[in-house]
Design a binder for this molecule. Structure first.
Ligand code: PLP
Length: 371
């Protein structure tokens, strides 16, 4: 009998059978407001610095890159100090190809068969996939109706499930809401009581967009060695295409991640690009201020038009509710505006764009939703 080459028998893990790869639709339309990117392309100065750094890195590409990239980790530590006022040593910083890979390292080191990762829905849809890919059991508790997380609910879930990893996005995606400091402290306290230990990762992918007065979990690092705060260069930093995520934590936590990372996971080109961009941090941080103002104005506009809007500390806004959100999403797309159909029933998420992009979104929404 000849084998049917179009239908090979592959020993796929049963939990992967029939699954499609994750990803937001990538469509070619004028207004891309669906994946929370920074709408501003790098400035000519940033482009020139990156090109120069890549040229120098290219001259050494016959060699493997530095496996532990101390220079990049020192630059990231300096950036965190400037951004949040919290001092961390380079040994407390770890980086990878996007915070996606950072989370994978965390689950490879602290999750695995027989262990549980816990988060609270609605939250980032990639978290259950990291758990699945590392054969870690996944449990999602519930957030409140206003998308906050009740400290008592969080404590009870940790006491019940004894997770080895808790993932908390703050500001959360897709809601934009940040966690109260008391909630994070309650989670850290409950995690410290799990027999065998439990690490807590606060995912601050949108941390730079937090409103004045919203704390960063970086401030809690010094007293909590089981805490890690992850950040990314994909959002505020406007470098999604470079794939650089990182976290700050205790040195022992970093040492565990270094065991599971693939050797040379961060290419010399990636390291060079990240360092060149970080040298321009002050200029990029000024732009983040403009995006925050644009976000606050968009929240007000949507509320003034009678819509419900989740409080946002991020560069996107979750709004609704619509009886047929698919129709609203499609109507916007027909007008060249791509947003994201995500979150609880009836809600939609739009990223904050340039003033021109936001205007196009508003005009289209007025037409489609009859505001
Ligand atoms: C966008 C996003 C990230 C960033 O992912 P990268 O891999 O760094 O691009 C991480 N966490 C959340 C919640 C996000 O929305």
């Amino acid at each position: 009998m000849t084998a049917d080459l179009t239908r090979p028998v592959l020993p796929l893990r049963p939990e992967l059978a029939g699954l499609e790869p994750y990803g937001a639709p990538q469509l070619d339309v004028p207004y891309l407001l669906n994946v929370n990117e920074n709408p501003y392309a790098p400035s000519p100065q940033v482009i020139a610095s990156i090109a120069d750094a890549v040229t120098r890195a290219a001259a050494g590409l016959n060699r493997y890159p530095d496996r532990d990239f101390p220079a990049l980790r020192a630059d990231l530590a300096a950036y965190l100090l400037a951004e949040s006022g919290v001092a961390v040593a380079p040994e407390q910083v770890w980086a990878a190809n996007g915070s996606n890979e950072i989370m994978l390292h965390v689950l490879q080191a602290f999750g695995g068969p027989g262990r549980t990762a816990l988060s609270f829905a609605p939250t980032y849809s990639m978290y259950p996939e990291y758990a699945r890919d590392t054969s870690t059991a996944w449990v999602a508790g519930r957030r409140e109706d206003d998308f906050s997380l009740d400290a008592g609910v969080a404590r009870a879930a940790i006491a019940e499930h004894h997770p080895s990893v808790v993932l908390l996005a703050s500001p959360n995606n897709p809601t934009g809401t940040a966690l109260a400091r008391e909630t994070v402290l309650a989670v850290l306290d409950a995690a410290a009581q799990v027999p065998g230990g439990c690490v807590v990762v606060v995912d601050e992918a949108y941390g730079e967009f937090r409103r004045r007065g919203t704390p960063s979990a970086l401030e809690l690092l010094a007293d909590h060695p089981h805490l890690a705060v992850s950040r990314t260069m994909s959002k505020a930093f406007g470098l999604a295409g470079a794939r650089v995520g990182y976290l700050a934590t205790a040195p022992a936590f970093v040492d565990a991640l270094r065991v599971v990372r693939l050797p040379y996971h961060l290419s010399a080109v990636t390291q060079a690009v990240a360092r060149a961009a970080l040298a321009h941090a002050p200029e990029l941080m000024a732009q983040v201020g403009a995006l925050r103002d644009e976000r606050d104005a968009l929240v007000e506009w949507l509320r003034a038009h009678g819509l419900q809007v989740a409080d946002s500390d991020a560069n996107f806004v979750l709004f609704g509710t619509f009886t047929d959100r698919r129709a609203v999403w499609q109507g916007l797309l027909d007008r060249g505006v791509l947003i994201r159909e995500v979150g609880p029933q009836g809600w939609l998420r739009v990223s904050v764009g340039t003033p021109q992009e936001t205007a196009a979104f508003k005009d289209a929404l007025v037409e489609v939703a009859g505001l």
